[in-house]
Design a protein around this ligand. Structure first.
Ligand code: UDP
Length: 327
């Protein structure tokens, strides 16, 4: 039990990770520039405002808190934006992570957990994806995360930094106790966009592409509950503390769900029709991303317990009906 520096701790996944860390007896210190996160979401430990690109600030925060591990969530993660503005992704996600790794290895922090993505795999012809699949990202978001995975291995080889990378499939849901949840500005992710449409906070959901080679023509994704996802991170810390290192884990359930199926479940859970129209494909989207791995189960003992679609949408809906964050 000790101090864990959580970059991006004010964001969606990072704030849930802070809650899980605090529940497990750790002290999560959030390092975040609040560009996409919320100060209101920092509830479980100290807050240190700062940029990933600010080496002096990182050095000072590492010296003050002496963390035993870093969990690195801070990143831009909007696929569509990454296609339009790749430089943003390479500068923030890649160059920012490099500065962080410089600081972390100089400070001698022993362990590092990296938040990666299934978008590093790219288009793979309908196969389920295990960690040995080739990584051929088709957008700058996936490209930037793959680059950081590679960078992390190089830094670890030089410094002995123990590390794991988690490749997330589609993270959904919210803290069932409603202390934290998903709140982006602007919102771009499928489930919260559809919930906003149900609540009348936007006109409608646009389904991006209905001509994909899938069972109903819409993209297939593998959704995992954010509480299950952060549980894997706690297990990852334990794995590193026991001498594990240099391991990549997929975090998904193996169930592929189409957008139309997602929309139908959303209508059932909220007991309301989801106002929706069909639109063209969104550049950068893969046809199907489904996890085919059991590595996290085998090495971490990780079993997703809340990741059914009705439970994820139910928790997201519960959170959406709260006030959310204001600052
Ligand atoms: N999607 C959609 N309409 C939206 C947002 C997303 O049709 O308003 C689709 C998107 O094209 C993708 C899937 O939903 O096929 C999941 O997108 P999301 O942005 O939630 O996550 P991603 O898979 O891009 O990380």
């Amino acid at each position: 039990m000790g101090v864990i520096l959580v970059t991006g701790g004010a964001g969606y996944i990072g704030s849930h990770a802070c809650k899980a860390l605090a529940d497990a007896g750790h002290v999560p210190v959030t390092y975040d520039n609040l560009s996409t996160g919320w100060e209101d979401a920092v509830k479980f430990g100290p807050f240190e405002a700062g940029e990933l690109s600010d080496r002096a600030r990182l050095d000072a925060v590492l010296a003050r808190h002496q963390p035993e591990a870093v969990m690195h969530f801070a990143a831009l993660s909007d696929v569509g934006q990454s296609v339009r503005e790749p430089g943003l992704y390479w500068r923030n996600n890649v160059a920012g992570s490099m500065t962080l790794l410089d600081a972390v290895t100089a400070a001698g922090t022993p362990r590092f957990v990296f938040s990666s993505t299934c978008a590093t795999y790219g288009e793979q012809d309908g196969v389920t994806l295990d960690e040995s699949c080739a990584q051929n990202p088709i957008n700058a978001y996936g490209g930037s995360k793959r680059a950081v995975e590679d960078m992390l291995r190089d830094y670890a080889r030089a410094s002995g930094l123990a590390h794991v990378s988690f490749r997330y499939f589609n993270v959904a849901g919210a803290d069932p106790e409603r202390q934290v949840g998903e709140h982006h500005r602007p919102e771009t992710h499928l489930i919260p966009v559809a919930l906003d449409a149900v609540r009348g906070r936007r006109d409608k959901l646009t389904i991006f592409g209905t001509d994909y080679d899938t069972r109903d023509g819409t993209c297939v994704r593998d959704y995992v509950h954010v509480m299950d996802l952060v549980d894997a991170h706690i297990r990852g810390l334990d794995y590193l503390a026991k001498g594990g290192t240099d391991t990549v884990f997929n975090l998904g359930t193996g169930d592929g769900i189409t957008e139309r199926e997602e929309k139908e479940t959303e209508a059932e859970v909220t007991d309301s029709a989801v106002p929706a129209v069909e639109g063209p494909r969104r550049p950068g989207d893969c046809t199907a991303l489904v996890s085919g791995s059991r590595r996290a189960a085998e090495l971490l003992g990780w079993v997703p317990e809340r990741s059914t679609l009705p439970e994820m949408i139910g928790d997201a809906w519960g959170w959406h009906q709260t006030a959310g964050y204001t600052k």
